[in-house]
Design a protein around this ligand. Sequence first.
Ligand code: PA5
Length: 273
Amino acid sequence: MYEDWDRLYAEANLLNVPRVEGEISCFGMGGSGVVCDILSAFYPLVKDMKFADAVIAVSYSGNTTETLQVVRRALSMDKRVIAITSGGILSTLPVEKVLVRGGEQPRYAFPFLFLPLVKMLRPDLVREVIDSVNAMEAKRVAEDLLSHVRGKIPVFYASTYLGLAKRFKQEINENAKYPAFFGEIPEVNHNEVEGYAHGDSLYPVVFSSSEVDEVTARLVNARVIRVSGMRDVSLLIQSAGFLSVMLAREMGEDPTKLTRIPEGRRLVERIGG
Ligand code: PA5
C-alpha cells in the first residue's frame, strides 16, 4: 500500500473535471471527506452550503449515508452538485460526476479523490501534488515518526494544515487500529495544553506553519514538522500512509480489514439516509 501512488496520481490526472468557480462547499466522511479538509489550506471553502455556488460531494463508495443526506439537501436547495465517486447511489443522483476507478480502500484511493479536487479548484498546484510523491523519502519520514510513536498515543496538531493532522490520525486509526487524535491550533492553546501535566502517554506532533503553531509545540514539548505548501503536504500524506501501515505490522493488524467502521455504517444506514 502507498508504494505506487505515482501511478495512481498519473491515472487520476487523466480524469476530466468540470469547471467550478465562486464559493464552494466540500463534503464527505472519513478517507473521502479529508480531501476537503486538506484542500481548505489552499482554497477557502464555505462551511454553510447555503452560501455556496457549488457543492462538491466526495464519497469513494458513493454509498455513505451522511454524504448522501448532504447531497439530497443540496439538491433540494437547487444547488449545483459535483460528485467525486467510484459509483454507488451517489452516481445515480442528478449531479455532475467525476467517476473514478473503484476497488481500492478509500484511504488508499486518496489520489483519485484529491487530485480531481485540486484540478477543479487549484489547477496550478496539480504538478506539485504529483511531483512531490516519493515513496523512499515518505518512508524515511514515517520510520522516524514510528520510532517515537511506538508505545505512545500520537496527537497531531495544526492550524492551516489541520487537514494533514486529521489525515495522520485517520490513517493510524484505520490501518493500525490504534488510537490517535488531532487538535486545532489555536483552540488547543486554551485547554488541551494543560492536559500535558499528565500527558506522558502522548506523543504530540505539530505541523507548523506559523509562530502560533510554534507556541503550541513549545507548550506541549511537541515534535515539530514544518510545512510550507503543497509539496510538503503531498509528501506527508504519503508518509502518513506508510507510518500507519508500519504500525499496523507491529500491532499484528491487517490494514485492509475494517470491522467497526462497516458495522457503524450499517447501523447508521438503518437509522435512515
Ligand atoms: O477509509 C475508510 O474506509 C473510511 O474512512 C471511508 O472513507 C468512510 O467510511 C466514508 O466512506 P466513502 O469514502 O466510501 O464515502
